[in-house]
Write a protein that binds this ligand. Sequence first.
Ligand code: AKG
Ligand code: FE2
Length: 391
Amino acid sequence: MAFLFNLYPQSLVSNSRLYLSLSFSLSESSMAAIPQPSQPSPTQISKIKYIKKVAESPGLTSVPASYAFTPSPSPSDQAVSEDPEDSIPVIDFSLLTSGTPDQRSQLIQQLGQACKDWGFFKVINHGVPESLMEAMIEGIRGFFNLTDEEKREFEGKNLLDPIRCGTSFNTSIDKVFYWRDYLKVVVHPEFHFPNKPAGLSELSLEYCKRTRGVARELLKAISESLGLEPFYIEKVMNLDKGLQMFNANFYPPCPQPELVMGLPPHSDHGLLSLVTHNGIGGFQLQHNGMWVNVNAIPNSFLVNIADQLEILSNGKYKSILHRAVVNKKVTRISLVMTNGPSLDKIVNPAPELVNNGINQPAYHGITYKEYFQWQQGNNLDGKGILDRIRI
Ligand SMILES: O=C(O)CCC(=O)C(=O)O
Ligand SMILES: [Fe+2]
């Protein structure tokens, strides 16, 4: 695996060649249209301050120009639903694992409906101890509280480096910076983690294992909800070698939150993302053309369908757009666990959902590795990357 991670950027070249030689029916013109990833150079990274540092500047009363979206993010982006979030589907995970067969099949139906209607649901009774979730949030707060010099040790240089810490999204190409710092770590198939602050890596190992278990169980149920056998996704996506990534976001208070973005609208690159946060609102998802504020029920996971599941389900389940907004008063921390196929997997629409004489494949096949590099190496821009492989 270390070998794999050291291959970039040569891997991009060889991978593209593999891509063409296997000719997953992507035309050259659509290939050419896909922007290639940009790697931040070490000098570019070190010129840009962590947002935590910017936010802590004494007497900061306005947003520095490099963070201000002018005019503020587009008006259509502003429509926030008045609807309470009560209508967001809630999935009782314990019924999947220890309910009666009737309860389980009812829940699978509910889950299928949630995936179709929202692409998003809250999961309760998931079995990950609340104390572990809270300790992870506090541990991550500790990580972002390390000195800049300590954090810079974990900056990473390439998109496939197992540990990457930084600010905004991709500072080599972001025209305006996002009001967030991040830590992104590959935790499966090999576990990596920063060795500071002391004890966090051990805690994280446990957290990653537990959340992976929840994700796999949900993916089993999602397979069934698509009319596939329970282990379909697990097998086809080679989840034993699946790429699980731990992403932590740190959004400090901002004097003019209406002028900045924490994270712009985007969908996630994997199959399924599990999100939790420190109880501070700021996560918004798109539903029926409006932004819906999502404040977690304590001790629950917010789960969203991500791009590889949209491809695999041939668009039956869509990845959802979501974004993060910031506030004036308190730091918001979120933990996002992305669960994806193995990096070498070519993800295609499931033939079982295509070859029924009615549907045509709606997406070109693509390796997850290539998809991941495109998504992480370009502007985070809605569903731009997925749109490129739509047929
Ligand atoms: O901060 C959040 O709640 C969302 C973060 C997110 O969408 C991501 O890291 O992909
Ligand atoms: Fe996301």
